[in-house]
Design a protein around this ligand. Structure first.
Ligand code: 2IT
Length: 447
């Protein structure tokens, strides 16, 4: 490894002690950028990596709210604004008990490269809170969102920073956050994306992430002489990303046989399609975060408690739940199952060790920062729709989304060919995403 890359990884670890998820993505991205610094020594002189690994701004704030029992609750809120080199900060908000700076920084750092890959003018940021929405009443969710926005509003704006949803933040939360922003600022503007369709939201945004993942995975398969049509596919999760992925897989003629939750996974040999896919939304809205009820509702399927779906034989695996859901032992299972294709849906689905094992054993890997960029790409289209005070048609959005995902695939493939002389979408995504940001930083001087 070059000294510059090695030193920057070490520096980041030293400056952000204990934030292991952030270290993981920085190591993964920086390591693949090595040949770029051989070709562009000026980037090292301009301290591009030291700057990119340090958020431009990080906000930590107290969120105080009152629960249904009248008890005062205090949570930690965050917004890390990583890079505004190519556009206003853009990225979701995650509400989950596991949220701490290491999670928000990993997501924010990844978001910079993902957003760059879309080809659209959006910088990178991420935020959230260590708040657990599961089991909370609707009124509690609303009070929490209002209290969260009471601080966040002063740091965001349509040309400054535009948050959206992530785990634990869906249409309902975006609604409450938007209502509070509007009340405080007296401005109806595109400050959040993922809004409802009657108040500025974009047709197609809800399913965009999942659809985009399948478009990307299919482009990867086609580059290898095959396609998802007729394939048996195993995915994890049952939330928004898994749902959109399931719909598009079915539409393109694949057979989906698994979904999963923190409680275990569902195996349905008859295929998860039609009303079974709709049922995923009911599971998500139950506020229980479990998938087991699927097996009670649909005879012929089975629930496997406490296990991950990777033990089911499939032609293509798409993790759609959360970070690090595929570890080295899971990668070994996937290889042992004879699978040749793996595409990340959730952000940083796999450990660095798992990716290396899969690739070393001939599995073609699609990285999340490329594959799931369709969500944020449509968020940017939503920003444009709001700025233009107009409404875009679903068919126009789907067409743009498709073109963007194919463009991302081709850009990753071209970058890996140029710098490594092979088809490696993992390295290609990092390089293609990085080059655009680095060029913008160089043009904008030392800041
Ligand atoms: O991880 C992601 O790309 C998102 N959660 C969506 C971000 C966005 O701004 O739409």
């Amino acid at each position: 490894m070059s000294n510059y890359v090695k030193d920057c990884i070490a520096l980041c670890e030293k400056k952000n002690p204990g934030e292991v998820e952030f270290h993981q993505t920085v190591e993964e991205v920086l390591t693949s950028l090595e040949p770029v610094f051989d070709k562009h020594p000026e980037y090292e002189e301009a301290a591009i990596l030291e700057r990119l690994t340090e958020p431009e701004r990080g906000i930590t704030f107290r969120v105080t709210w009152v629960d249904d029992n009248g008890k005062i609750q205090v949570n930690k809120g965050y917004r890390y604004q990583f890079s505004s080199a190519i556009g206003p900060y853009k990225g979701g908000l995650r509400f989950a008990p596991s949220v701490y700076p290491g999670i928000i920084k990993f997501l924010g750092f990844e978001q910079c490269f993902k957003n760059s890959l879309t080809g659209l003018p959006i910088g990178g940021g991420k935020g959230g809170a260590d708040f657990d929405p599961n089991g909370k009443s609707d009124a509690e969710i609303m009070r929490f969102c209002q209290a969260f926005m009471d601080e966040l509003y002063r740091h965001i704006g349509p040309s400054t920073d535009v948050p959206a949803g992530d785990l634990g933040v869906g249409a309902r939360e975006i609604g409450y956050l938007f209502g509070e922003y509007k009340k405080i600022t007296n401005r109806f503007e595109g400050v959040l994306t993922g809004k409802g369709l009657t108040w500025g939201g974009l047709n197609g945004r809800t399913e965009a992430t999942g659809y985009g993942i399948v478009f990307f995975a299919n482009a990867m398969l086609e580059a290898n002489g095959t396609s998802v049509k007729g394939m048996t596919v195993s995915i994890s999760g049952f939330g928004n990303v898994a749902w959109g992925t399931a719909m598009k897989l079915n539409e393109l003629g694949a057979k989906l046989v698994t979904i999963s939750g923190p409680d275990g996974y569902i195996y349905d040999e008859n295929g998860i399609s039609g009303e079974k896919v709709d049922f995923m939304l009911q599971l998500r809205n139950s506020g229980k975060n479990i998938c087991a009820p699927y097996a009670d509702k649909f005879p012929g399927s089975k629930f496997v408690a406490g296990k991950k779906p990777w033990e089911v034989k499939a032609d293509l695996y798409i993790p759609c739940a959360t970070q690090n859901e595929v570890l080295i032992e899971d990668a070994k299972t996937i290889v042992a199952n004879g699978c040749k294709f793996y595409c990340e849906g959730s952000n940083m689905s796999s450990s660095n060790e798992a990716i290396a094992y899969l690739q070393d054993n001939g599995v073609c890997v699609g990285p999340s920062k490329a594959a799931n960029a369709g969500g944020v790409a449509c968020s940017c289209i939503e920003m444009g729709q709001n700025a233009g005070k107009t409404v875009f048609k679903p068919e126009d959005v789907y067409k743009q989304l498709y073109d963007i995902m194919i463009g991302i695939h081709d850009a990753c493939a071209a970058a890996s060919k140029e710098y490594f002389g092979k088809y490696d979408l993992v390295k290609g995504a990092n390089i293609a995403g990085f080059l655009k940001i680095a060029e913008a930083m160089m043009a904008q001087g030392i800041c």
